[in-house]
Design a protein around this ligand. Structure first.
Ligand SMILES: Cc1cc2nc3c(=O)[nH]c(=O)nc-3n(C[C@H](O)[C@H](O)[C@H](O)COP(=O)(O)OP(=O)(O)OC[C@H]3O[C@@H](n4cnc5c(N)ncnc54)[C@H](O)[C@@H]3O)c2cc1C
Length: 378
């Protein structure tokens, strides 16, 4: 294995950095907006439109869909730079990471023609309707129903914690068409369909991020079904495997750690305890980076991603937590308003171990699938 970036990869990173320098507003870092806020959602369309024109929105996609078949390293370098810059793509990171690729794999030609080009042009926002009040970690117990009717389905039920729902054009919805895991199906639902109500949930992560979404007798035509009836478990697993290592949180965590350390040094407050704790946090960021790179390398070689993805995700959560603890302990003034960037990072880091699935579930997967530990007899 070669541990160096090659010249092409370094040049690509430089291109992305130059693009960011030219396209982010001068006061970008001091804007304390949530990723799903009104202003961020509007800005994401301008920004992603410009990324698309520069060939930097979906370089890893096939040429047919506006990409250039770039490898998994290219998309990860892009993701690292975007996340380090505060993710100016807003909710559209999901589109390019997993919604587009999932549509390419499971969609009909008509669904692909309808939904993929707007994603590749950076002009649409999606939301992910998986979690419900009684179905988060245990997704298989979801209760939102999709019942067949003349010409399509009627949807009834409730989703919760749905990011970006207030501005989304389309929902990637999981609903029940039968019993058990094989009784779940995916529907592509335009958010302006009659019977959908969206309520924002106030949260520390920022305005407009999470919502409740209610479906009251919502009609969708039969061609809103993605894949076959009952195929949702396979589709969702595939999507989540792309999402799990799609957000390089460790990169921003390491940047924020360096920022906090620099502030402490400047104030002559970087003492022995802080050095030790920051070293531990930095080591965790590096561990997360290397675990994630292992998955990217697997993707690059077309090897199916195994339970190592859970280790990468858990290492990333730990990196965020250790950096968070360091900042709380040594830079409380920054969190009290002294540094909007550190504060915004801290607020987003709090949810790292729950958004995209609880970290403890990853520990279960590491125990059973990676370490092959025996299950405790019931
Ligand atoms: C900021 C944010 C954004 C989100 N965005 C979306 C979104 O866009 N779309 C969407 O569908 N969902 C979204 N979610 C929901 C998220 O996926 C769920 O919160 C997550 O899957 C956990 O489910 P839950 O909240 O029901 O908690 P629960 O499943 O009730 O878990 C609560 C805690 O119980 C423990 N626990 C539960 N089960 C086990 C187990 N088997 N073994 C060990 N410990 C366990 C864990 O400690 C866990 O943290 C978002 C959540 C957040 C915080």
């Amino acid at each position: 294995m070669d541990f160096q970036w090659d010249a092409e990869q370094r040049a690509f990173r430089d291109t992305v950095r130059s693009f960011l320098a030219e396209n982010l507003p001068a006061d970008w870092e001091s804007l304390a907006h949530g990723p799903g806020s009104e202003s961020q959602s509007a800005f994401s369309k301008t920004f992603c439109g410009a990324l698309a024109k520069a060939g930097l929105l979906v370089p890893h996609w096939p040429k047919r869909w506006g990409g250039r078949d770039a490898d998994a390293w290219t998309s990860f370098i892009l993701a690292e730079e975007m996340w380090m810059a505060g993710e100016p793509r807003g909710g559209q990171y999901m589109n390019v990471n997993w919604i587009g690729p999932t549509l390419m794999r499971f969609g009909t030609e008509a669904q692909q023609d309808r939904y993929i080009p707007p994603i590749a042009r950076g002009e649409t926002i999606w939301c992910q309707g998986f979690s419900e009040p009684e179905a988060g970690s245990d997704l298989a117990s979801l209760r939102t129903r999709a019942e067949r009717c003349d010409g399509g389905y009627r949807l009834n039920g409730q989703k919760i914690w749905t990011s970006y729902a207030g501005h989304a054009d389309t929902c990637f919805l999981l609903a029940r068409t039968g019993i058990g895991k094989t009784g779940m199906s995916v529907f592509l639902v335009p958010m302006d369909t009659a019977g959908i109500t969206v309520r924002q949930i106030p949260s520390v992560i920022g305005e407009g991020d999470i919502h409740e979404v209610f479906f009251d007798d919502v009609f969708v035509p039969a061609d809103a079904l993605l894949g076959a009836e009952g195929q949702a478990w396979e589709i969702a697993r595939n999507a989540l495997s792309l999402e799990r290592v799609g957000i390089p949180r460790f990169a921003l965590a390491a940047r924020m750690l360096r920022r906090a350390v620099a502030a402490l040094k400047k104030a002559d407050r970087y003492g022995h305890g802080a050095v030790e704790q920051s070293a531990r946090a930095l080591a965790a960021c590096e561990a997360a980076r290397l675990y994630s790179y292992q998955i990217v390398d697997q993707r690059r070689h077309g090897t199916p991603t195994g339970p190592e993805a859970s280790a990468a995700r858990y290492a990333t959560v730990m990196a965020e937590r250790l950096v968070g603890e360091f900042v709380v302990e040594h830079c409380p003034d920054a969190l009290a308003g002294g540094d909007p960037l550190l504060l915004a990072h801290h607020q987003r880091a709090i949810v790292a171990g729950i958004a995209s699935g609880a970290a403890e579930i990853q520990l279960n997967l590491i125990a059973t699938e990676l370490l092959q530990l025996p299950r405790e007899p019931r």
